[in-house]
Design a protein around this ligand. Structure first.
Ligand SMILES: Cc1cc2nc3c(=O)[nH]c(=O)nc-3n(C[C@H](O)[C@H](O)[C@H](O)COP(=O)(O)O)c2cc1C
Ligand SMILES: C=C(O[C@@H]1CC(C(=O)O)=C[C@@H](OP(=O)(O)O)[C@H]1O)C(=O)O
Length: 396
């Protein structure tokens, strides 16, 4: 239904994002996308690269007079840093290439990054040939396509937000009542967390890690409201929505764990403490006049949305480049060495939350179009409305 791909190296001229399958007639401005790109650039603990870049898109296709056309939407994001890397990243052969490696060759491969495995797999001698694409710079292009998906979801009353719940050993408390607009609240925090006391402790830990030349990871929670019941399906493994969300989240660089609802905690509890009882709820037209008393499942059952809030937690490992480098092998000599210590982030968990939102928005927009179809926003809306009207007719 909907698919997207990205292209671009971290220090190359630009990134490209191509999204195919978006219906026609969706109101779309560059500003809608740029807002999310700016949100992805936020976060205490990031390195100097984020001060160099001001990410903005240029539409190359698929949009006219502020509306989508139904054709592939392609977006270009220029790298401001490119001018400093021309000599190193020039796609054309340069004088001197025959005499040896280009400047900034990386052979002291970093544990935890793609350097070593990529070098061996692709038979390269300079890990820059790998790290330029393995770099999470690529996620800028993901956020661009995700932002377009977010606009579609918003047209149908579906909101995707996120907040940081853990960083470097410090838990943030989830507020008793979640704010109506999660992102308005989380974006106001330098760590995108809703717990100011935890935030202060997290900042102290980031400062300490930076001083030690170390790095930190953490966890973000994505919350989606307004979903209709029945996106995804129980009938085949690859149509289960929880599976599709898991794949999308685990594809984010450095993400190592995903939970939906209680997640791993379900394994430690009894059935009575896990499953959400169902009760009659006359007037709840969107869910067939029933609802769940609790939402421990986090919004999916049987690989389908239940119509409750979708709650996904995403865990990110610490950044792989340490300024006090870990031990490695120099692949040019085979000798023991300290890993390369390039300019780098201390932590990027707040940015990862925005990327996770984008991936969730893509998976959900795809599942929405799979269920309801529609070549135009109007057609999609009519199909959704007909389904909701049928749910209203039912009594559970
Ligand atoms: C937003 C974001 C920023 C990142 N910044 C850095 C960084 O500055 N330095 C670094 O070594 N890794 C950084 N990473 C992590 C690497 O991209 C990641 O460690 C690498 O892809 C290997 O992870 P994997 O084993 O999950 O593939 C960042 C990841 C994300 C999501
Ligand atoms: C550029 C971004 O993140 C980069 C991700 C990254 C990595 O190794 O993943 C390494 C750093 O890049 P640089 O080597 O240029 O400082 C981060 O800044 C971005 O998020 O836009």
């Amino acid at each position: 239904m909907l698919r997207f791909t990205t292209a671009g190296e971290s220090h190359g001229p630009a990134l490209v994002s191509i999204l195919e399958g978006m219906p026609a007639g969706v109101p779309l401005l560059a500003a809608h996308v740029d807002t999310d790109l700016a949100r992805r650039q936020q976060g205490y603990g990031r390195g100097r690269r984020m001060q160099i870049e001001t990410d903005r898109i240029e539409f190359l296709s698929g949009v006219r007079a502020g509306e989508t056309l139904g054709s592939p939407i392609s977006m270009l994001i220029r790298n401001s840093d490119w001018k400093n890397w021309l000599e190193i990243m020039d796609p054309a052969p340069r004088e001197g290439d025959a005499d040896g490696p280009r400047k900034r060759q990386v052979t002291r491969v970093r544990p935890g990054h793609a350097d070593l495995t990529g070098l061996l797999k692709y038979d390269r001698t300079d890990a820059r040939d790998i790290l330029e694409r393995a770099s999470a710079r690529e996620t800028t292009a993901r956020v661009a396509s995700g932002a377009v998906c977010r606009v579609l979801l918003r047209e149908l009353g579906i909101q995707v937000g996120s907040h940081l719940v853990h960083l470097g050993g410090v838990d943030a408390a989830r507020p008793a009542v979640m704010p109506g607009d999660i992102n308005a609240a989380s974006d106001a925090s330098p760590l995108r967390t809703l717990d100011p006391a935890a935030e202060a402790e997290m900042i102290t830990r980031i400062d300490a890690a930076k001083k030690e030349g170390n790095t930190l990871g953490g966890i973000c929670e994505v919350v989606v409201t307004g979903l209709p019941v029945g996106l995804g399906s129980h009938v085949s493994w690859d149509r289960r929505l929880d599976g599709r969300l898991g794949q999308a989240m685990l594809s984010i660089p450095a993400v190592k764990g995903v939970e939906i609802g209680l997640g791993f905690e379900t394994a430690r509890r009894t059935g009575a403490e896990v499953h959400d009882e169902i009760e009659a709820a006359p007037g709840n037209t969107r869910m067939g006049h029933v609802r769940r008393k609790t939402n421990r499942a986090g919004g999916t059952e049987g690989g389908m949305t239940t119509g409750e809030e979708l709650v996904i937690r995403v865990a990110m490992k610490p950044i792989s480049t340490l300024m006090r480098p870990l031990g490695t092998v120099d692949v040019a000599t085979g000798q023991a060495a300290s890993a390369v210590a390039e300019r780098s982030d201390v932590t990027a968990v707040p940015a990862m939350g925005v990327i996770a939102e984008a991936m969730a928005a893509y998976v959900l927009a795809d599942a929405l179009l799979e269920k309801f179809g529609g070549d135009s926003l109007g057609e999609l809306r009519r199909n959704v409305d007909a389904y909701l009207a049928r749910l209203d007719e039912r009594v559970g």
